[in-house]
Each structure stands twice: as structure tokens, then as C-alpha cells.
Design a protein around this ligand. Structure first.
Ligand code: CA
Length: 732
């Protein structure tokens, strides 16, 4: 069976039942030994390339090519485009004069739904991309024809590891291999030509809550991989380097301290004792830590060093993590490591003693800026805490830091002499709640950012005046598997806390695409919109993906110098990551992975649709493809007529906040990326509901068996009562 997608036609029906059918057929085809992949790709062989008929090589990227990537804009060789990670392309065929003719070139369906956060790699006529559930695809970059797919068979119950969907941010490609992380913590090396598995390394403790969703990076014969989840579920973040040929661990660096009596035998041991342990107070516990490297890593060939960007500490609240004192290295930091040995070189901590979920995981971007008349080799960074940092790459010295969004309240400024933020007096919510901006969502989070050396501007999606009301708890209890961060979460007021009628309403957040001058440290333009990752090009353009009603999307382009919106095209799926660009046969393409999810799995929508598969969508000038149709409306809410005791509903409401909100949304309302429970066919069937909640009936899809965490005393029925009431309220 052919499941490729060619220009102008599409093989997957939009009828909901048919999606399931096709998905299972795709799975069957991919595991069918009679099918042409993975051993014998049908496209042109590498021995006999022709100019316009197929791939000319499979993943033949080496260090020289990576280091020279800005001069090879016809390919997109690394997740950030090059080792500078600027997400900038010198291609300019698509520009202000031609962009009106930018139209769909092709699309390729994945066989997974849920969030697609991958940044593709494009090399020598092949697009390599990862998907939700950590699957890996190779596709012909001219046509979108699938060359191979690899499914690492991540168990459904691993979907529970992590806060924000079973996403994957993309592969790395190097020396004929494709590297990708899996949500259950493996690092895979695949043959770039066939998709065959070459080796697999378990990079995390499989019994832990750690997941791997970030893209690997490569240099010097090593592949670097971080991990996620410990900022919300406990444990010590670390980064590892593996030999690209053998899959052997070359080095590991821990970002937070362990038991001082038990050295790790890791590259970080020496620095742990000398500078890290002294910044932590209170007893060591198995769960305290955080500082996951869950998004950005950049290898800098000029210094032969790897920068890693770290997440917040765990528990979030410093009084439960470190006796209410200390900077807690290396949470919310950038750490520079010797790329060959993993040894510490320098660090800069952006949020010392963080208690606010200020992950410092945004894209690190390298460039050279002229500051005070002096050329400086710098990295630029826009972490969640709202400040734009310019840091000297050779030394880690802070050169400048200014808020890139207005309304930042957790700190008034950053002192350039000490490099430390001036933290607001009431910021640590030891006893009293406090509302702070940017809040846990950040002024910007992980979404790809770009820097154009042509305009000299940095481009990023910004969230101004976003805020969180941090509500203290009196005591702390760790429960493995639960996101107990030490504060009341997902509620506006703590239990027994009466809302204060005199409390001013929180400021209304503003979301926009921001162009920022990193030399003057000031905004140059802003264009309103709730977008995602960006791409800058020499065509004086910035491309950005968007969501419409959460689940559908749009790709748009803006003038890089003024922010004027010059083009857009709807896409059936939301775009929550960044697009990339490449060129083949003299034609420039822009391609993006599409699919709603990630942090927006909990978002509600006023236009709830059936789930749809994710897909790659490519555009070129005068493209002639038709994109698939938008997904149809979700099945209507038809609540059962049963009534429940108010006490049961109230208990269900309380359980729901703690156990269900993170995936199914506030008040049981969601955009149906993960099922909108008000529409669940199980809602009127107590037995079926119980089987799903307490017996794992849907575990293969990521809904775990909750029996080890939920009390076995009618908790499932209380949850059903609450959701039924919410469903009824929705149709009243
Ligand atoms: Ca976090």
C-alpha cells in the first residue's frame, strides 16, 4: 500500500473512523517485511544520482560541513541551521517581491497525532524529522514521498513521564546516521539511508520519570543528549555524550548535586565538590534537583565547547529544596563544557535560587556583536525569566541584560558588575501568595528563536505581562509520579484562602512576535499574534507558525526589518514549532512539522475538533499541492442524565486538579488533543470509566493505569461525577 503524499492529492481521508483505519494500516505496512522499507529504499540510489530525481546522499554530514553550514544554505544541516544556531538562512528566492506566489508544495502525513515540535534536518534531498511518540521519518525533500520510518515502540505508559505531551524536538544527522531521543529515555542511531537501527543506548534510569524530547546535537564524533521532567517530577538533570559509532557513553555531566558521600564517577564530580554543593542547603534527597537540559544545547567550534541550557530546580519552591537559601547551581543557567571531555569551563546562572519555574532553556544563539566599539564573540539568550542576556562565549562574562518584555516584576534589573538579578523583596512566597511576571509560562519558553545577521535583530515570540500567582504550601510531600512542586498549582487560590475583593485583577497578557536589537537592548518592532517558533531569511523575511483555535494552524511571513505581515497560508494542523528552509533544483522550500499539542494540550477551545494526524507541510513558489482538509468538529457533548451527590462532585473536583488537569485541561475542558473528557463515550458507563482510570484500559495510548496513585475508594467514580457535571454545565 502506498501511503505517500504527492502534490495535489492526499491519501488519508478526513473521516474520523478512517483516520484510525489508515493509521493502523500504516503501522502494519511499516512492520510488514514485504514492504519496500527499510532495507531497499525505492528512490534513486546514491551510486547513480540524477539532478532532479532523488536524494544525492544519505546523511553525509561531517564536522567540516557543519562548521561551514552558513555557506551551504541549500541544506538545513543542524537543528539551529548551523553550529551558530541562528535559525537564519542566506536563501532569498522567496522574498518580498515573490512571496505572494508561495504555495503548498507537498505534505506528508505522520501516523501519530498529538504535538509535533520537531525541527527537521534537510540534507542532499532528504528531510529527516521526528514525531510525537519519538518516531523518525525520512522523506524526499522534493515530493514529500516517505523513504522510511522508524518506530521505536515507546510504550504508552511512558506518556506519563513529563508535563507537556509526548513530543520530540527533532533529530541530528551526522556521518550517515540519524540520531533521535525517545520519550522513554533512549538515544537511537539509525542508518540514514535505510532507517535501520544501528545502536540504542538507554540514557536515563528507565524506572525514573525522566523523558527525552529534546534534539540531540553532534560534534567531534560525539552525540550529546539531555533529558526532561525532573523540574516537575524530581531528580537530577544531566547531559551525556555518546560515541557516534559505538553508542558507548563518553562522558556525563550532572547539573545538580547528589549525595555528597557518593561521587557519580562523572565529568562533573570535581566541580560538584568545589562550587556546586556549597550553593545547596538542607538535606540531600533522592528527588531534589531539576536543571534538566531539555531543549537547547549548542556546540561552539571556536572554543570547542558545548553550551547547555538548564531548567528550573525541583521542587520549584526553594524553601523545600534548599532550606530557603542558596543559588542552587546549575539550575536556570547556561553551562559551558569542554565538548570532548565534559569538563566544566564556566557557567552563568540567570535565575539564582529560582522558585518560579524560570527554565533557562530557550535557544542559545551564537554570533559576534560590536559592543562599545569592540567586536565580541557572544551568545544571546531569552529565558523564561524575561531578561535578554548577552554573554561572552570565551569567559561566560555577562555583557548586558535587559527585560525583553515589559512588566517583569520578579527582579528589577540585573547588576552587570555582579551578574546577579535584583530580586523583588516579596518574590519568595514563603508565607504569603505573590503574583509575579513573567510567571511560569515565561516571557518566552522553548519555541525556536532566530537571529538575522542581515538586520542584526533577534526574533522571538514574546508574552508580555503574563503572570502566575504563586501560592505557598506549609509542608512538602514528594510522591513519585506526581508533579508536586511545593506550591498550590493549577488553582487561583489555596484551600481555605478567601479571594481578596481588593486584589487588583492580573494584567492582561500580550503576545506578539518581537524583533529585538541585541546591541541597544531594545525592541525594534512588535507584531501582535500568538505564534510559535521562527525562521529568519536573507529574503528580508521572518517565518512563523501559528495556531487557529488551538488545533488548526497558519504559516505566516513578516518583513524582517519592519514586522509587516506580508503572507500567510492556513494549515490544517497548528504549528507549534519553527519552520526551516532549503533549496533543490533552484527552488527554495519552507517546511514545518505541524500538529497541535505540547504545552497547549491543556488549552480549551471554542471550536473543538476531532484529533488529526500530524504532518510535514512544505511550501515553494508556485507550488501546486492542496493541503488536507481541516479536521471535522468533535462529537457533541451528550452528558448522561445521572445525578450525583454534591460531596462526590466536590471530591472529584479536587482530585481532578491534582491528577487530570495537566493533560485534560482546566475544568475538564480541552481542545481534544488529549481527549476532551466531556465528550468521552465512557462518561455514562461507570464500569468502562473505572477500567480506563484504574485498570489501564487505554494505557497503550498514554492513559496510564492510575491505581498506584489514585486511592481505591471510589476516586474514579468521584472523577466521573465531576466530569459529568462539567459536561452538563457546558451544554446548559
Ligand atoms: Ca519547568
Amino acid at each position: 500500500m502506498s501511503h505517500q503524499v504527492k502534490s495535489g492529492q492526499h491519501s488519508v481521508s478526513r473521516v474520523p473512523g478512517a483516520i484510525v483505519l489508515c493509521t493502523s494500516i500504516l503501522l502494519a505496512a511499516c512492520s510488514d517485511p514485504q514492504s519496500p522499507q527499510p532495507e531497499s529504499p525505492s528512490a534513486a540510489s546514491p551510486q547513480a544520482p540524477t539532478a532532479a530525481s532523488g536524494p544525492t546522499s544519505f546523511g553525509q554530514i561531517d564536522d567540516a560541513r557543519l562548521n561551514n553550514a552558513p555557506n551551504e544554505p541549500e541544506n538545513w544541516l543542524a537543528t539551529g541551521g548551523s553550529q551558530l544556531a541562528q535559525r537564519f538562512s542566506a536563501l532569498d528566492q522567496i522574498n518580498l517581491d515573490t512571496i505572494a506566489d508561495l504555495k503548498p508544495a507537498w505534505s506528508m502525513d505522520f501516523d501519530t497525532m498529538r504535538g509535533q515540535e520537531s525541527t527537521p534536518i534537510v540534507v542532499d534531498g532528504v528531510v529527516y524529522v521526528t514525531t510525537a511518540w519519538s518516531k523518525v521519518y525520512a522523506a524526499d525533500a522534493r515530493t514529500g514521498e516517505q523513504l522510511w520510518q522508524y518506530d521505536p515502540q515507546v510504550p504508552g505508559k511512558a506518556g506519563f513521564k513529563g508535563c507537556c505531551d509526548v513530543i520530540n524536538r527533532g533529530p541530528a544527522v551526522y556521518q550517515g546516521k540519524v540520531f533521535a531521543g525517545t520519550y522513554d529515555g533512549r538515544l537511537l542511531a539509525l542508518d540514514a539511508k535505510t532507517g535501520a537501527l544501528l545502536w540504542s543506548a538507554q540514557t536515563t534510569d528507565p524506572d525514573s520519570m525522566f523523558s527525552v524530547a529534546g534534539a540531540p546535537r553532534v560534534a567531534n564524533g560525539l552525540v550529546f543528549i539531555g533529558n526532561g521532567s525532573s523540574g516537575e517530577f524530581g531528580g537530577r538533570g544531566f547531559v551525556s555524550a555518546y560515541n557516534v559509532d559505538s553508542g558507548e557513553l563518553a562522558w556525563r555531566f550532572y547539573l545538580t548535586p547528589g549525595d555528597p558521600a557518593v561521587p557519580d564517577g562523572a565529568a562533573s564530580d570535581e566541580i560538584m565538590d568545589s562550587i556546586v554543593q556549597p550553593t545547596w542547603f538542607g538535606p540531600h534527597t533522592d528527588y531534589r534537583g531539576g536543571a534538566n537540559v531539555w531543549n537547547s544545547m549548542v556546540y561552539d567550534p571556536e572554543y570547542d565547547q558545548l553550551y547547555v541550557a538548564t531548567g528550573n530546580g525541583f521542587p520549584w519552591v526553594r524553601k523545600f529544596r534548599s532550606d530557603n537559601k542558596g543559588d542552587n547551581l546549575f539550575i536556570s543557567s547556561i553551562v559551558a563544557l569542554d565538548a570532548r571531555t565534559g569538563r566544566y569551563k564556566w557557567h552563568y546562572q540567570e535565575t539564582p535560587g529560582d522558585s518560579w519555574d524560570y527554565d533557562s532553556v530557550a535557544d542559545i544563539i551564537l554570533t559576534e556583536l560590536t559592543l562599545d566599539g569592540q567586536p565580541r564573540k557572544v551568545l544571546m539568550h531569552t529565558p523564561k525569566n524575561g531578561f535578554f542576556y548577552v554573554i561572552e562565549r570565551g569567559t561566560g562574562k555577562l555583557l548586558s541584560a535587559e527585560p525583553y518584555v515589559p512588566g517583569v516584576t520578579w527582579a528589577s534589573h540585573v547588576d552587570l558588575e555582579t551578574g546577579r538579578p535584583a530580586v523583588a523583596e516579596n518574590a519568595y512566597y514563603d508565607d504569603e501568595p505573590v503574583r509575579l511576571s513573567p510567571g511560569e509560562g515565561g516571557g518566552h519558553s522553548w519555541q525556536p528563536t532566530a537571529f538575522s545577521p542581515v538586520t542584526g535583530l533577534m526574533y522571538l515570540q514574546a508574552n508580555a505581562y503574563a503572570s502566575t500567582r504563586y501560592i505557598p504550601r506549609e509542608s512538602y510531600e514528594f510522591v513519585k509520579g506526581m508533579d508536586y512542586m511545593g506550591l498550590w498549582h493549577f488553582v487561583s487560590h489555596g484551600p481555605g484562602e478567601a479571594p481578596d475583593p481588593n486584589e487588583p485583577p492580573p494584567p492582561t497578557p500580550q503576545t506578539y512576535l518581537l524583533a529585538w536589537d541585541p546591541v541597544k537592548q531594545e525592541a525594534v518592532w512588535k507584531t501582535d499574534g500568538r505564534g510559535a517558533g521562527v525562521l529568519a531569511t536573507a529574503g528580508n523575511l521572518v517565518f512563523q507558525g501559528f495556531s487557529r483555535n488551538v488545533v488548526m494552524g497558519e504559516l505566516a511571513a513578516f518583513r524582517a526589518d519592519t514586522g509587516e505581515k506580508v503572507w500567510s497560508h492556513p494549515t490544517p494542523n497548528a504549528i507549534i514549532t519553527g519552520p526551516v528552509t532549503y533549496s533543490l533544483d533552484g527552488e527554495q522550500y519552507v517546511v514545518a512539522a505541524t500538529g497541535a499539542g505540547g504545552g497547549s494540550i491543556i488549552a480549551a477551545s471554542d471550536d473543538v475538533r476531532m484529533p488529526q494526524v500530524g504532518r510535514l507541510v512544505a511550501f515553494k513558489l508556485n507550488g501546486t499541492a492542496t493541503l488536507p482538509a481541516e479536521p471535522p468538529p468533535a462529537r457533541p457533548i451528550e452528558p448522561p442524565t445521572e445525578t450525583f451527590a454534591p460531596e462526590l462532585v466536590a471530591r472529584g473536583a479536587e482530585l481532578y486538579v491534582g491528577f487530570c488537569t495537566r493533560c485534560h485541561g482546566f475544568g475538564a475542558r480541552s481542545a481534544n488533543i488529549i481527549p476532551d473528557l466531556r465528550r468521552s463515550p465512557a462518561l455514562g458507563n461507570a464500569e468502562l470509566w473505572e477500567a480506563i482510570v484504574q485498570q489501564g484500559a487505554l494505557e497503550s495510548r498514554g492513559m496510564i493505569n492510575w491505581s498506584h496513585l489514585l486511592p481505591d475508594d471510589g476516586a474514579a467514580e468521584a472523577l466521573r461525577a465531576y466530569v459529568v457535571e462539567q459536561a452538563r454545565a457546558s451544554v446548559r
